[in-house]
Design a protein around this ligand. Sequence first.
Ligand SMILES: Nc1nc2c(c(=O)[nH]1)N[C@H]1C(S)=C(S)[C@@H](COP(=O)(O)O)O[C@H]1N2
Ligand SMILES: [Mo]
Length: 519
Amino acid sequence: MGAALGVASAGAGLAVSELLSGVLHLRLSPLVALSEWIIQLTPGAVVEFGIQLLGQNDKPVLIALTLVGLVLMSCLVGIMALRSLFRAQSVFVLMGVVLLLAVHERLSSSPASFAPAVVGIAAAMAVLGVLTWRARAAVGGGGTEPAGASADPAGGAPQPGSRQARPGSRRDFLTLAGGVALGAIVVGAAGRVLARSRAALESARSNLNLAVTKGSQPAGVEVALEGIVPWRTSQQRFYRIDTALSVPQILPGEWRLRVHGLVDQELTLTYQDLLDRQLTEAWTTLCCVSNEVGGDLISNAWWSGVRIAEVLAEAGVSSDADAVLSTSDDGWTCGTPLVPLTDDRNALLAFAMNGEPLTSEHGFPVRMVVPGLYGYVSATKWLVDLEVTRFVDIEAFWTGNGWAEEGPVKTQSRIDVPMGGATVEAGDVAVGGIAWAQHTGVTKVEVRIDEGAWQQAKLGSEATTDSWRQWAYVWSATAGDHQIQVRATDASGYTQTGEEVDVKPDGATGWHTLDVTVS
Ligand SMILES: Nc1nc2c(c(=O)[nH]1)N[C@H]1C(S)=C(S)[C@@H](COP(=O)(O)O)O[C@H]1N2
Ligand SMILES: [Mo]
Protein backbone atom coordinates (compact mmCIF):
# COMPACT_ATOMS: atom_id res chain seq x y z
CA MET A 1 0.00 0.00 0.00
CA GLY A 2 2.80 2.37 0.87
CA ALA A 3 4.53 1.63 -2.40
CA ALA A 4 1.37 2.28 -4.42
CA LEU A 5 0.91 5.50 -2.50
CA GLY A 6 4.41 6.74 -3.27
CA VAL A 7 4.51 5.66 -6.91
CA ALA A 8 1.09 7.18 -7.68
CA SER A 9 2.11 10.50 -6.08
CA ALA A 10 5.50 10.68 -7.77
CA GLY A 11 3.88 9.60 -11.05
CA ALA A 12 1.35 12.40 -10.81
CA GLY A 13 4.10 14.92 -10.14
CA LEU A 14 6.25 13.63 -12.97
CA ALA A 15 3.31 13.66 -15.39
CA VAL A 16 2.41 17.22 -14.54
CA SER A 17 6.02 18.33 -14.96
CA GLU A 18 6.31 16.56 -18.35
CA LEU A 19 3.09 18.16 -19.54
CA LEU A 20 4.15 21.62 -18.44
CA SER A 21 7.56 21.21 -20.13
CA GLY A 22 5.74 20.24 -23.28
CA VAL A 23 3.32 23.13 -23.14
CA LEU A 24 6.14 25.59 -22.49
CA HIS A 25 8.17 24.01 -25.33
CA LEU A 26 11.20 23.68 -23.09
CA ARG A 27 14.16 21.85 -24.55
CA LEU A 28 14.34 19.47 -21.60
CA SER A 29 11.87 18.21 -19.02
CA PRO A 30 13.11 18.00 -15.41
CA LEU A 31 13.44 14.21 -15.79
CA VAL A 32 15.66 14.52 -18.86
CA ALA A 33 17.59 17.39 -17.30
CA LEU A 34 18.25 15.14 -14.29
CA SER A 35 19.44 12.32 -16.53
CA GLU A 36 21.78 14.66 -18.38
CA TRP A 37 23.05 16.05 -15.12
CA ILE A 38 23.79 12.53 -13.93
CA ILE A 39 25.90 11.99 -17.08
CA GLN A 40 27.66 15.27 -16.44
CA LEU A 41 28.53 14.24 -12.88
CA THR A 42 29.59 10.72 -13.81
CA PRO A 43 33.33 10.20 -14.37
CA GLY A 44 34.25 10.23 -18.07
CA ALA A 45 35.54 6.64 -18.12
CA VAL A 46 32.25 5.28 -16.80
CA VAL A 47 30.31 7.31 -19.38
CA GLU A 48 32.51 6.01 -22.19
CA PHE A 49 32.05 2.47 -21.02
CA GLY A 50 28.29 3.01 -20.93
CA ILE A 51 28.27 4.41 -24.47
CA GLN A 52 30.34 1.48 -25.70
CA LEU A 53 27.98 -0.95 -24.04
CA LEU A 54 24.74 0.69 -25.11
CA GLY A 55 25.68 2.55 -28.28
CA GLN A 56 22.87 4.71 -29.59
CA ASN A 57 20.55 3.69 -26.79
CA ASP A 58 22.62 5.25 -24.04
CA LYS A 59 20.27 8.14 -23.43
CA PRO A 60 16.94 6.26 -23.33
CA VAL A 61 18.55 3.67 -21.07
CA LEU A 62 19.84 6.36 -18.75
CA ILE A 63 16.43 8.02 -18.62
CA ALA A 64 14.87 4.62 -17.87
CA LEU A 65 17.40 4.06 -15.08
CA THR A 66 16.66 7.49 -13.66
CA LEU A 67 12.97 6.58 -13.75
CA VAL A 68 13.62 3.29 -11.95
CA GLY A 69 15.58 5.23 -9.33
CA LEU A 70 12.67 7.62 -8.92
CA VAL A 71 10.19 4.74 -8.60
CA LEU A 72 12.30 3.11 -5.86
CA MET A 73 12.64 6.42 -4.05
CA SER A 74 8.94 7.05 -4.27
CA CYS A 75 8.10 3.57 -2.92
CA LEU A 76 10.18 4.47 0.13
CA VAL A 77 8.48 7.86 0.37
CA GLY A 78 5.06 6.15 0.27
CA ILE A 79 6.00 3.71 3.01
CA MET A 80 7.34 6.62 5.08
CA ALA A 81 4.14 8.57 4.50
CA LEU A 82 2.06 5.95 6.30
CA ARG A 83 4.11 6.69 9.43
CA SER A 84 5.00 10.34 9.03
CA LEU A 85 3.55 12.39 6.22
CA PHE A 86 5.80 15.27 7.18
CA ARG A 87 8.97 13.25 6.71
CA ALA A 88 7.74 11.87 3.39
CA GLN A 89 6.89 15.34 2.14
CA SER A 90 10.38 16.51 3.16
CA VAL A 91 11.89 13.86 0.92
CA PHE A 92 9.78 15.14 -1.98
CA VAL A 93 11.00 18.67 -1.24
CA LEU A 94 14.58 17.39 -1.33
CA MET A 95 13.95 15.63 -4.64
CA GLY A 96 12.51 18.90 -5.90
CA VAL A 97 15.69 20.74 -4.95
CA VAL A 98 17.78 18.18 -6.84
CA LEU A 99 15.54 18.60 -9.91
CA LEU A 100 15.85 22.38 -9.75
CA LEU A 101 19.64 22.09 -9.59
CA ALA A 102 19.56 19.76 -12.60
CA VAL A 103 17.39 22.21 -14.55
CA HIS A 104 19.72 25.05 -13.60
CA GLU A 105 22.76 23.05 -14.77
CA ARG A 106 21.36 21.61 -17.97
CA LEU A 107 18.67 23.96 -19.22
CA SER A 108 18.68 27.55 -18.08
CA SER A 109 17.98 29.74 -15.10
CA SER A 110 15.06 31.62 -16.59
CA PRO A 111 12.03 31.46 -14.30
CA ALA A 112 9.88 29.58 -16.83
CA SER A 113 12.34 26.69 -17.06
CA PHE A 114 11.97 26.01 -13.31
CA ALA A 115 8.18 25.94 -13.45
CA PRO A 116 7.74 22.27 -14.44
CA ALA A 117 9.88 21.02 -11.54
CA VAL A 118 8.19 23.32 -9.01
CA VAL A 119 4.65 22.53 -10.16
CA GLY A 120 5.51 18.83 -10.48
CA ILE A 121 6.76 18.58 -6.91
CA ALA A 122 3.77 20.56 -5.64
CA ALA A 123 1.45 18.13 -7.46
CA ALA A 124 3.33 15.12 -6.05
CA MET A 125 3.05 16.54 -2.53
CA ALA A 126 -0.64 17.31 -2.90
CA VAL A 127 -1.43 13.82 -4.23
CA LEU A 128 0.71 12.25 -1.50
CA GLY A 129 -1.24 14.18 1.12
CA VAL A 130 -4.65 13.11 -0.20
CA LEU A 131 -3.67 9.49 -0.84
CA THR A 132 -2.03 9.16 2.57
CA TRP A 133 -5.21 10.37 4.19
CA ARG A 134 -7.22 7.84 2.19
CA ALA A 135 -4.73 5.06 2.89
CA ARG A 136 -4.86 5.67 6.62
CA ALA A 137 -8.63 5.68 6.45
CA ALA A 138 -8.50 2.40 4.59
CA VAL A 139 -6.13 0.89 7.11
CA GLY A 140 -8.18 2.19 10.00
CA GLY A 141 -11.65 1.45 8.69
CA GLY A 142 -11.25 -1.12 5.97
CA GLY A 143 -9.35 -3.88 7.69
CA THR A 144 -5.69 -4.34 8.45
CA GLU A 145 -4.89 -7.65 6.81
CA PRO A 146 -1.44 -8.03 5.38
CA ALA A 147 -1.01 -7.14 1.76
CA GLY A 148 -2.48 -9.60 -0.67
CA ALA A 149 -5.70 -10.32 1.19
CA SER A 150 -8.76 -8.46 0.11
CA ALA A 151 -10.00 -5.95 2.62
CA ASP A 152 -13.44 -6.23 1.21
CA PRO A 153 -15.21 -9.21 2.79
CA ALA A 154 -17.92 -9.22 0.16
CA GLY A 155 -15.37 -9.72 -2.60
CA GLY A 156 -16.59 -6.85 -4.70
CA ALA A 157 -20.28 -7.03 -3.90
CA PRO A 158 -20.73 -5.01 -0.76
CA GLN A 159 -24.10 -4.06 0.62
CA PRO A 160 -25.44 -0.94 -0.99
CA GLY A 161 -24.63 1.97 1.23
CA SER A 162 -22.13 0.15 3.36
CA ARG A 163 -19.24 1.56 1.33
CA GLN A 164 -20.33 5.10 2.02
CA ALA A 165 -20.58 4.44 5.72
CA ARG A 166 -16.95 3.43 6.07
CA PRO A 167 -14.10 5.89 5.71
CA GLY A 168 -12.80 3.77 2.80
CA SER A 169 -11.56 0.30 2.10
CA ARG A 170 -8.20 -0.91 0.94
CA ARG A 171 -9.79 -1.66 -2.40
CA ASP A 172 -11.11 1.91 -2.66
CA PHE A 173 -7.67 3.16 -1.95
CA LEU A 174 -6.00 0.94 -4.51
CA THR A 175 -8.58 1.93 -7.12
CA LEU A 176 -7.90 5.56 -6.39
CA ALA A 177 -4.13 5.11 -6.51
CA GLY A 178 -4.46 3.10 -9.71
CA GLY A 179 -6.65 5.81 -11.21
CA VAL A 180 -4.10 8.45 -10.31
CA ALA A 181 -1.32 6.36 -11.85
CA LEU A 182 -3.33 5.81 -15.03
CA GLY A 183 -4.13 9.51 -15.27
CA ALA A 184 -0.44 10.25 -14.78
CA ILE A 185 0.48 7.99 -17.69
CA VAL A 186 -2.01 9.74 -19.98
CA VAL A 187 -0.94 13.26 -18.91
CA GLY A 188 2.76 12.37 -19.07
CA ALA A 189 2.32 10.89 -22.54
CA ALA A 190 0.64 14.09 -23.71
CA GLY A 191 3.66 15.99 -22.41
CA ARG A 192 6.02 13.73 -24.34
CA VAL A 193 4.03 14.26 -27.54
CA LEU A 194 4.37 18.02 -27.14
CA ALA A 195 8.07 17.58 -26.40
CA ARG A 196 8.41 15.64 -29.61
CA SER A 197 7.07 18.61 -31.58
CA ARG A 198 9.86 20.68 -30.07
CA ALA A 199 12.33 17.94 -31.04
CA ALA A 200 10.94 17.90 -34.60
CA LEU A 201 11.49 21.63 -34.79
CA GLU A 202 15.06 21.33 -33.50
CA SER A 203 15.85 18.68 -36.07
CA ALA A 204 14.25 20.71 -38.90
CA ARG A 205 16.40 23.61 -37.75
CA SER A 206 19.63 21.62 -37.66
CA ASN A 207 18.88 20.05 -41.06
CA LEU A 208 18.71 23.46 -42.72
CA ASN A 209 21.70 24.08 -44.89
CA LEU A 210 21.63 27.84 -45.30
CA ALA A 211 23.95 29.50 -47.79
CA VAL A 212 24.95 32.14 -45.27
CA THR A 213 28.30 33.15 -43.81
CA LYS A 214 29.32 33.38 -40.20
CA GLY A 215 30.71 36.88 -40.73
CA SER A 216 34.35 37.45 -39.88
CA GLN A 217 34.96 40.00 -37.22
CA PRO A 218 36.54 43.13 -38.72
CA ALA A 219 40.06 43.96 -37.53
CA GLY A 220 40.43 46.30 -34.60
CA VAL A 221 36.85 46.32 -33.37
CA GLU A 222 37.96 44.95 -30.01
CA VAL A 223 40.17 47.16 -27.86
CA ALA A 224 41.71 44.15 -26.13
CA LEU A 225 40.60 44.91 -22.63
CA GLU A 226 39.41 42.02 -20.53
CA GLY A 227 35.97 42.54 -19.04
CA ILE A 228 34.36 44.33 -21.98
CA VAL A 229 31.61 42.20 -23.52
CA PRO A 230 32.80 40.45 -26.70
CA TRP A 231 32.20 42.62 -29.80
CA ARG A 232 30.19 39.81 -31.40
CA THR A 233 27.49 38.37 -29.15
CA SER A 234 26.88 34.63 -29.52
CA GLN A 235 23.30 33.54 -30.10
CA GLN A 236 23.30 31.91 -26.65
CA ARG A 237 24.46 35.12 -24.95
CA PHE A 238 22.29 37.45 -27.02
CA TYR A 239 19.87 39.24 -24.71
CA ARG A 240 16.28 38.06 -24.95
CA ILE A 241 13.09 40.07 -24.49
CA ASP A 242 9.61 38.99 -25.48
CA THR A 243 6.12 38.46 -24.15
CA ALA A 244 6.00 34.79 -25.20
CA LEU A 245 5.60 32.44 -22.24
CA SER A 246 5.73 29.56 -24.69
CA VAL A 247 8.05 30.12 -27.64
CA PRO A 248 6.15 29.80 -30.95
CA GLN A 249 7.04 26.63 -32.88
CA ILE A 250 6.95 27.13 -36.64
CA LEU A 251 8.45 24.61 -39.04
CA PRO A 252 10.22 26.38 -41.94
CA GLY A 253 8.12 24.39 -44.41
CA GLU A 254 4.95 25.74 -42.83
CA TRP A 255 6.07 29.34 -42.48
CA ARG A 256 4.35 31.99 -44.62
CA LEU A 257 4.78 35.74 -44.64
CA ARG A 258 1.81 37.73 -45.84
CA VAL A 259 2.54 41.23 -47.14
CA HIS A 260 -0.63 43.30 -47.57
CA GLY A 261 -2.39 46.56 -46.73
CA LEU A 262 -1.67 49.72 -48.71
CA VAL A 263 0.13 47.87 -51.52
CA ASP A 264 -0.40 47.39 -55.24
CA GLN A 265 -0.27 43.62 -54.94
CA GLU A 266 -0.35 41.32 -51.94
CA LEU A 267 2.51 38.86 -51.55
CA THR A 268 2.81 35.60 -49.71
CA LEU A 269 6.35 34.38 -49.21
CA THR A 270 7.50 30.92 -48.19
CA TYR A 271 10.75 30.19 -46.42
CA GLN A 272 12.19 28.89 -49.67
CA ASP A 273 11.10 32.08 -51.47
CA LEU A 274 13.15 33.99 -48.96
CA LEU A 275 16.19 31.77 -49.43
CA ASP A 276 15.88 32.17 -53.20
CA ARG A 277 16.05 35.95 -52.99
CA GLN A 278 19.11 38.18 -52.91
CA LEU A 279 20.94 37.51 -49.64
CA THR A 280 22.09 40.45 -47.53
CA GLU A 281 24.34 40.07 -44.49
CA ALA A 282 25.32 42.73 -42.00
CA TRP A 283 26.51 43.53 -38.50
CA THR A 284 23.76 45.14 -36.47
CA THR A 285 23.50 45.97 -32.79
CA LEU A 286 20.03 45.44 -31.38
CA CYS A 287 18.91 47.04 -28.15
CA CYS A 288 15.85 47.25 -26.00
CA VAL A 289 14.06 50.46 -25.09
CA SER A 290 13.87 49.09 -21.53
CA ASN A 291 17.64 49.07 -21.25
CA GLU A 292 18.53 51.30 -18.31
CA VAL A 293 21.68 53.40 -18.38
CA GLY A 294 24.45 50.84 -17.79
CA GLY A 295 22.12 47.92 -18.59
CA ASP A 296 22.82 44.81 -20.63
CA LEU A 297 19.76 44.58 -22.91
CA ILE A 298 21.94 45.15 -25.95
CA SER A 299 23.82 42.73 -28.22
CA ASN A 300 25.62 42.71 -31.55
CA ALA A 301 25.54 40.02 -34.23
CA TRP A 302 26.01 39.18 -37.90
CA TRP A 303 22.58 38.84 -39.49
CA SER A 304 21.65 37.12 -42.75
CA GLY A 305 18.40 37.71 -44.57
CA VAL A 306 16.52 39.59 -47.22
CA ARG A 307 16.15 43.37 -47.33
CA ILE A 308 12.64 44.42 -46.34
CA ALA A 309 12.92 47.32 -48.81
CA GLU A 310 13.07 44.87 -51.73
CA VAL A 311 10.02 42.93 -50.63
CA LEU A 312 8.05 46.14 -50.06
CA ALA A 313 9.15 47.47 -53.46
CA GLU A 314 7.85 44.32 -55.08
CA ALA A 315 4.51 44.69 -53.32
CA GLY A 316 4.39 48.36 -54.33
CA VAL A 317 3.81 50.69 -51.39
CA SER A 318 1.06 53.30 -51.65
CA SER A 319 2.12 56.93 -51.14
CA ASP A 320 -0.49 57.22 -48.35
CA ALA A 321 1.40 54.79 -46.13
CA ASP A 322 3.85 55.82 -43.40
CA ALA A 323 4.11 52.64 -41.31
CA VAL A 324 4.33 48.86 -41.38
CA LEU A 325 2.48 46.87 -38.75
CA SER A 326 4.22 43.55 -38.24
CA THR A 327 2.65 40.63 -36.40
CA SER A 328 4.26 37.57 -34.89
CA ASP A 329 2.87 34.07 -34.81
CA ASP A 330 1.81 34.61 -31.19
CA GLY A 331 -0.08 37.80 -31.99
CA TRP A 332 2.47 40.34 -30.75
CA THR A 333 2.50 43.45 -32.94
CA CYS A 334 4.80 46.33 -33.66
CA GLY A 335 4.56 49.46 -35.79
CA THR A 336 7.65 50.55 -37.70
CA PRO A 337 8.05 53.81 -39.66
CA LEU A 338 8.22 53.15 -43.38
CA VAL A 339 11.35 55.25 -43.92
CA PRO A 340 13.93 53.06 -42.10
CA LEU A 341 12.39 50.02 -43.79
CA THR A 342 12.81 51.47 -47.28
CA ASP A 343 15.92 53.69 -47.15
CA ASP A 344 19.41 52.38 -47.84
CA ARG A 345 19.98 50.73 -44.46
CA ASN A 346 19.92 46.96 -44.05
CA ALA A 347 16.50 46.44 -42.51
CA LEU A 348 16.21 42.67 -42.80
CA LEU A 349 13.85 39.76 -42.78
CA ALA A 350 16.55 37.80 -40.98
CA PHE A 351 16.75 34.01 -40.86
CA ALA A 352 20.25 33.56 -39.47
CA MET A 353 22.39 35.02 -36.72
CA ASN A 354 26.17 34.53 -36.74
CA GLY A 355 25.86 32.03 -39.60
CA GLU A 356 23.33 29.77 -37.88
CA PRO A 357 19.56 29.59 -38.27
CA LEU A 358 17.87 31.68 -35.60
CA THR A 359 17.18 29.80 -32.39
CA SER A 360 13.54 29.45 -31.36
CA GLU A 361 14.10 32.05 -28.64
CA HIS A 362 15.36 34.62 -31.14
CA GLY A 363 12.52 34.25 -33.62
CA PHE A 364 12.97 31.11 -35.72
CA PRO A 365 12.32 30.83 -38.60
CA VAL A 366 12.21 34.54 -39.54
CA ARG A 367 12.37 37.85 -37.67
CA MET A 368 12.92 41.53 -38.43
CA VAL A 369 16.06 43.49 -37.59
CA VAL A 370 16.20 47.22 -38.30
CA PRO A 371 19.38 49.19 -37.55
CA GLY A 372 18.72 52.34 -35.52
CA LEU A 373 15.39 51.44 -33.93
CA TYR A 374 14.65 49.90 -30.55
CA GLY A 375 13.42 46.29 -30.70
CA TYR A 376 9.86 47.05 -29.61
CA VAL A 377 9.19 49.04 -32.81
CA SER A 378 11.23 46.99 -35.25
CA ALA A 379 12.50 43.55 -34.32
CA THR A 380 9.43 41.29 -34.57
CA LYS A 381 10.35 37.66 -33.93
CA TRP A 382 8.38 34.70 -35.36
CA LEU A 383 7.23 37.15 -38.02
CA VAL A 384 4.19 36.10 -40.07
CA ASP A 385 2.50 39.29 -41.29
CA LEU A 386 3.49 42.69 -42.67
CA GLU A 387 0.73 45.20 -43.17
CA VAL A 388 1.60 48.45 -44.94
CA THR A 389 -0.49 51.07 -43.17
CA ARG A 390 -0.59 54.48 -41.45
CA PHE A 391 0.30 55.25 -37.85
CA VAL A 392 -3.03 57.03 -37.30
CA ASP A 393 -4.82 53.76 -38.08
CA ILE A 394 -2.91 51.37 -35.86
CA GLU A 395 -2.00 50.59 -32.28
CA ALA A 396 0.81 48.12 -31.65
CA PHE A 397 1.41 46.03 -28.53
CA TRP A 398 3.70 48.39 -26.61
CA THR A 399 2.52 51.68 -28.06
CA GLY A 400 -0.91 50.69 -26.77
CA ASN A 401 0.74 50.45 -23.36
CA GLY A 402 2.09 53.98 -23.12
CA TRP A 403 5.37 53.60 -24.99
CA ALA A 404 6.30 56.02 -27.76
CA GLU A 405 5.10 55.34 -31.29
CA GLU A 406 8.52 55.91 -32.83
CA GLY A 407 11.57 54.43 -31.16
CA PRO A 408 14.87 55.62 -32.62
CA VAL A 409 17.80 54.37 -30.55
CA LYS A 410 19.31 57.03 -28.29
CA THR A 411 23.07 57.47 -28.38
CA GLN A 412 24.47 55.79 -25.27
CA SER A 413 27.60 54.41 -23.64
CA ARG A 414 28.40 51.97 -20.89
CA ILE A 415 31.36 51.22 -18.62
CA ASP A 416 32.15 47.48 -18.45
CA VAL A 417 35.50 47.66 -16.61
CA PRO A 418 36.10 48.19 -13.79
CA MET A 419 32.84 47.05 -12.27
CA GLY A 420 30.91 49.41 -10.03
CA GLY A 421 31.99 49.00 -6.39
CA ALA A 422 35.26 47.31 -7.38
CA THR A 423 38.55 47.90 -5.60
CA VAL A 424 41.45 48.54 -7.96
CA GLU A 425 45.13 49.17 -7.40
CA ALA A 426 46.54 52.68 -7.62
CA GLY A 427 48.43 53.47 -10.82
CA ASP A 428 47.32 52.87 -14.39
CA VAL A 429 43.77 51.51 -14.33
CA ALA A 430 42.17 50.32 -17.58
CA VAL A 431 38.66 51.66 -18.02
CA GLY A 432 36.55 50.48 -20.94
CA GLY A 433 33.20 49.55 -22.35
CA ILE A 434 30.90 50.05 -25.30
CA ALA A 435 29.09 52.94 -26.97
CA TRP A 436 26.35 52.92 -29.59
CA ALA A 437 24.40 55.18 -31.93
CA GLN A 438 23.04 52.73 -34.50
CA HIS A 439 22.90 54.00 -38.06
CA THR A 440 24.44 57.31 -37.03
CA GLY A 441 27.77 56.12 -35.69
CA VAL A 442 29.78 56.87 -32.55
CA THR A 443 32.57 59.36 -33.20
CA LYS A 444 33.84 60.10 -29.71
CA VAL A 445 33.75 58.64 -26.21
CA GLU A 446 34.87 60.62 -23.19
CA VAL A 447 35.51 59.66 -19.60
CA ARG A 448 35.69 61.86 -16.55
CA ILE A 449 36.80 61.12 -13.03
CA ASP A 450 35.21 62.82 -10.01
CA GLU A 451 33.44 65.33 -12.27
CA GLY A 452 36.79 66.61 -13.59
CA ALA A 453 37.49 67.46 -17.22
CA TRP A 454 36.22 65.05 -19.91
CA GLN A 455 39.08 62.98 -21.33
CA GLN A 456 38.93 61.33 -24.72
CA ALA A 457 38.95 57.52 -24.79
CA LYS A 458 40.49 55.37 -27.52
CA LEU A 459 37.89 53.79 -29.82
CA GLY A 460 37.85 50.35 -31.41
CA SER A 461 37.48 50.54 -35.18
CA GLU A 462 34.05 51.12 -36.70
CA ALA A 463 32.84 48.11 -38.66
CA THR A 464 29.65 49.90 -39.65
CA THR A 465 27.64 52.70 -38.08
CA ASP A 466 25.01 50.05 -37.25
CA SER A 467 27.21 48.33 -34.68
CA TRP A 468 28.37 49.36 -31.26
CA ARG A 469 31.99 50.42 -30.68
CA GLN A 470 34.29 49.41 -27.89
CA TRP A 471 36.31 52.07 -26.08
CA ALA A 472 39.18 52.12 -23.59
CA TYR A 473 40.84 54.73 -21.43
CA VAL A 474 43.87 54.55 -19.15
CA TRP A 475 43.29 56.31 -15.85
CA SER A 476 46.15 57.22 -13.50
CA ALA A 477 44.33 56.39 -10.33
CA THR A 478 45.26 57.68 -6.88
CA ALA A 479 44.19 56.08 -3.60
CA GLY A 480 40.69 56.83 -2.35
CA ASP A 481 37.08 56.61 -3.50
CA HIS A 482 36.43 57.82 -7.03
CA GLN A 483 33.61 58.22 -9.49
CA ILE A 484 33.87 57.29 -13.19
CA GLN A 485 31.50 58.59 -15.86
CA VAL A 486 31.23 58.12 -19.60
CA ARG A 487 29.50 59.89 -22.48
CA ALA A 488 29.45 59.41 -26.23
CA THR A 489 29.16 61.77 -29.17
CA ASP A 490 27.65 60.60 -32.45
CA ALA A 491 28.23 61.51 -36.08
CA SER A 492 25.33 63.97 -36.06
CA GLY A 493 27.37 66.01 -33.56
CA TYR A 494 25.10 65.19 -30.65
CA THR A 495 26.74 64.54 -27.28
CA GLN A 496 24.84 62.44 -24.76
CA THR A 497 22.92 64.53 -22.28
CA GLY A 498 23.60 64.08 -18.58
CA GLU A 499 19.93 64.56 -17.82
CA GLU A 500 18.58 61.35 -16.34
CA VAL A 501 15.38 60.14 -17.94
CA ASP A 502 13.65 56.81 -17.31
CA VAL A 503 13.26 54.15 -20.02
CA LYS A 504 9.56 54.89 -20.46
CA PRO A 505 8.27 56.11 -22.92
CA ASP A 506 11.15 56.19 -25.43
CA GLY A 507 14.46 55.13 -23.86
CA ALA A 508 16.73 56.20 -21.00
CA THR A 509 19.19 59.07 -21.04
CA GLY A 510 21.99 60.00 -18.65
CA TRP A 511 25.65 59.17 -18.20
CA HIS A 512 26.64 55.76 -16.90
CA THR A 513 28.24 56.52 -13.56
CA LEU A 514 29.97 54.21 -11.13
CA ASP A 515 32.05 54.34 -7.98
CA VAL A 516 35.28 52.47 -7.34
CA THR A 517 37.80 52.31 -4.54
CA VAL A 518 41.50 52.70 -5.33
CA SER A 519 43.85 51.13 -2.80
N1 LIG B 1 7.11 38.31 -31.36
C1 LIG B 1 7.78 39.17 -30.59
N2 LIG B 1 8.81 39.85 -31.12
C2 LIG B 1 9.51 40.71 -30.36
C3 LIG B 1 9.16 40.94 -29.01
C4 LIG B 1 8.05 40.22 -28.48
O1 LIG B 1 7.68 40.37 -27.31
N3 LIG B 1 7.40 39.34 -29.30
N4 LIG B 1 9.90 41.83 -28.26
C5 LIG B 1 10.65 42.86 -28.97
C6 LIG B 1 11.59 43.55 -28.12
S1 LIG B 1 10.92 44.60 -26.96
C7 LIG B 1 12.94 43.44 -28.29
S2 LIG B 1 13.98 44.44 -27.43
C8 LIG B 1 13.52 42.46 -29.24
C9 LIG B 1 14.50 41.54 -28.55
O2 LIG B 1 14.95 40.54 -29.44
P1 LIG B 1 15.84 39.38 -28.86
O3 LIG B 1 15.04 38.68 -27.79
O4 LIG B 1 16.21 38.48 -29.98
O5 LIG B 1 17.06 40.03 -28.26
O6 LIG B 1 12.52 41.66 -29.84
C10 LIG B 1 11.37 42.32 -30.20
N5 LIG B 1 10.55 41.38 -30.92
MO1 LIG C 1 12.64 45.71 -26.05
